[in-house]
Design a binder for this molecule. Sequence first.
Ligand code: 5AD
Ligand code: FES
Length: 351
Amino acid sequence: VNERRIEELARERTLSAGELAALLATLTDGEAELLYARAREVRERYYGKDVYLRGLIEFTSHCRNDCLYCGLRRSNARAERYRLSEEQILACCDQGYELDFRTFVLQGGEDVAFTDDVVCDLVRKIRARHPDCAVTLSIGERPRESYERFFEAGAERYLLRQETSNPWHYGRLHPAELSIANRKRCLRDLKEIGYQVGCGIMVGSPYQTWDFVEEDLRYMADLQPEMVGIGPFIPHKDTPFANFSAGTLEDTLHLLAVIRLMLPEVLLPATTALGTIDPRGRELGLLAGANVAMPNLSPRDVRAKYLLYDGKICTGDEAAECRLCMARRCASVGYEVKVCRGDHVSRQRVA
Ligand code: 5AD
Ligand code: FES
């Protein structure tokens, strides 16, 4: 019955109510191979063997939020806080450019020191120095006007995971001052403004059920994001979720493949969290339909301070090492790093 579901999903890009949850809940290893093969076919139809690179710059570990799963939550007094200066961020981009990166992802906690003006300045400076590069922001919830200003300054992409589309589940993962309604408002605004938008969830987060995951998939089918960030939940020892278990490699791979079939053209990273729960996690992610890699470009001396979860990989490596390591990993599974901005196919102009 799962083989029939997989073929139907590959053909129709969706399944009827309850069937997505049922597929994910009961998939066996043998059936998963068929799912991955279909996901690879779809991925290769649109993106061939290319893997797009993003240079991830974790520019601030200060955060005003208190999400229960995250090591950077404001209640975690043991988290080491840092903030990169504009000069440091620009230097990261310059170094990243030399290492073939043509997309810079500025990711940080919700840090009040980075006002709209500061962010706009930074985006403008990066775009002016590297006009052939894209800037992606991943800095959380802001008013629509802020998103409009960032876009005018030259940021073309924005990552904001919904974490879970289900209101009850959202309430288990977040303090009361955050709401799924505002999160969805942000994602809708970003889409309307014209960003290439990335949403996403953690796999195996506390209290998650397959029905909630199906809700997330239907939300994504409706939003039509250009990117989807999916990684396993991994507990952090200094959070309220310290004693929950991590999401599994298999569940994450299954979900990557299902998303590839539902959103054939989507940009789908093999995430650091996936590489953290399994040494070959990212390679297996590529083989399940992922087509983006996001090596860490943050300065080495701050890497060990940006800890969303325990055991994070690459905290001791130089950017150049991660870049090389990633090329090797992609090649080991028959894919190839492509030096370009790596836009969504719908935004790729013929040069
Ligand atoms: N495990 C896995 N992913 C996490 N994130 C935050 N905390 C954790 C954790 N403990 C993810 C969230 C967030 C992204 C930046 O990192 O999904 O959106
Ligand atoms: Fe950082 Fe492999 S990607 S060391």
